[in-house]
Design a protein around this ligand. Structure first.
Ligand code: GLA
Length: 414
């Protein structure tokens, strides 16, 4: 008799356990958190692991006082280096008490009190790229930790991942975040090694498509240690210009944090920012706000270009034409409008003489068409912030090396 009772109890509790799992485990990303490319700031490009509470607070303050927040930048993301080298006795991650003497919650509350959002970083592997505890095997525990802290964004890297499958690893973390219940933008940082654009849409809101950016126009920077390179911004664009059909609202190709204000010329910074807007890339600044020049601020807060980046149809632009270093990039916008950028990739001054009537622009991936024979567009120069005629006459100008002219073409309705 005793035996029978035991068997019944076991099977009931077994049933209860599996039902519990079904009820509490959720799958898929939080939908709708990034309907336009996320905008914000990330600590890595300038500070690497030299981050602390003071830096976050000062950055948040300047984000608001400088007008960056009003321009749309709202995420402050702490990258690698925010934790101690070991988890605690319960296996929880520990914010570094020297860098964050009041704990991470105090920092997050401060950022939130400024009307901004807050993000953290970790890695799918056993350790982060800088050697701090990775998430592998702790996905659900870490997701609960982030939910409890109240973060809004998680960047999830791909170091020390030997033997695991990217799609599975990112799915597990995505499901863990969903299960923990706090809506968190999930930013996949897998460098494009396993084509995240092909499988990332149900899992994350954005995914890196390349190795790390480097503050140069078109160079490859080979790291002495390890067999890897960082890339000038035009290299990243060239590398991934053909995967535009995978990007869109809530599932963005991420061209990496920006290097505007990090050592290139203002002309190159202007080109870099313009192209990130043309590519509908997330706009995550990576410069030191405390030392930001007026020129850098003006570039990062160009409202007309931000509007191109944030346009609601969310289409990544494409290279329409190239001749002898002069390139023409285009991006369909809502209401049948377009952005068009002339980019001088060469080291010589280039003359532009663009005959609209001889150029019918077709977007074969998304089915948009600009036919200048049947439609006249008003032209606005997005850096000069002024109207400059229409598409009845050729567009004639000159372009210095590495410079851009960015135009918005607005369909004339009269
Ligand atoms: C990788 C990422 C970078 C940064 C570092 C941190 O290289 O691609 O963006 O997060 O790791 O260690």
């Amino acid at each position: 008799m005793k035996k029978i009772i035991l068997v019944i109890v076991l099977s009931i509790s077994g049933l209860g356990f599996s039902q519990g799992n079904t009820h509490t485990q959720a799958a898929g990303k939080f939908e709708g958190l990034a309907m336009t490319p996320p905008m914000g700031w990330n600590s890595w490009n300038t500070f690497e692991t030299n981050i602390d509470e003071k830096l976050v607070k000062e950055t948040a303050d300047i984000m608001v006082s400088s007008g960056m927040a009003a321009a749309g930048y709202n995420y402050i993301v702490l990258d690698d280096g925010w934790m101690t080298r070991e988890r605690d006795a319960n296996g929880d991650l520990v914010p570094d008490p020297v860098k964050f003497p009041n704990g991470m919650k105090a920092v997050i509350d401060y950022v939130h009190s400024k009307g901004l959002k807050f993000g953290l970083y970790n890695c799918a592997g056993t350790q982060t790229c800088a050697g701090y505890p990775g998430t592998r095997g702790y996905e659900y525990q870490d997701a609960r930790f982030y939910a409890k802290l109240g973060i809004d964004f998680l960047k999830y890297d791909w170091c020390n991942t030997q033997g695991i499958t990217a799609k599975e690893a990112y799915s597990t973390m995505s499901n863990a975040l969903k299960t923990a219940g706090k809506p968190i933008v999930f930013s996949l940082c897998e460098w494009g090694d396993n084509q995240p654009w092909e499988w990332g849409k149900p899992i994350g809101n954005l995914w890196r498509i390349s190795g790390d950016i480097y503050p140069c126009f078109d160079c490859e920077f080979k790291h002495e240690q390890g067999n890897w390179s960082s890339w000038g911004f035009m290299k990243i664009i060239e590398m991934r210009k053909d995967i535009r059909k995978y990007s869109g609202p809530d599932h963005w190709n991420d061209f990496d944090m920006m290097e505007v204000g990090d050592g290139m010329t203002n002309t190159e910074d202007k080109a870099h920012f313009t192209m990130w807007c043309m590519m509908a890339s997330p706009l995550i600044a990576g410069n030191d706000f405390r030392k930001m020049s007026k020129e850098t601020l003006a570039i990062l807060t160009n409202a007309a270009l931000i509007a191109v980046n944030q346009d609601e149809i969310g289409i990544q632009g494409f290279k329409y034409a190239a001749e002898d270093g002069l390139e023409v990039w285009v991006k369909p916008l809502s209401n049948g409008n377009w952005a068009i950028t002339f980019l001088n990739r060469s080291e010589r001054i280039k003359k532009i003489n663009f005959d609209w009537k001889k150029n019918t622009i077709k977007d074969v991936d998304f089915g948009y068409l600009a036919d200048f024979n049947s439609t006249v567009f008003k032209i606005t120069d997005l850096w000069k912030n002024k109207e400059t005629g229409n598409t009845r006459k050729n567009f004639i100008s000159e372009l210095a090396p590495h410079d851009v002219i960015a135009l918005k073409l607005t369909r004339k309705t009269e």
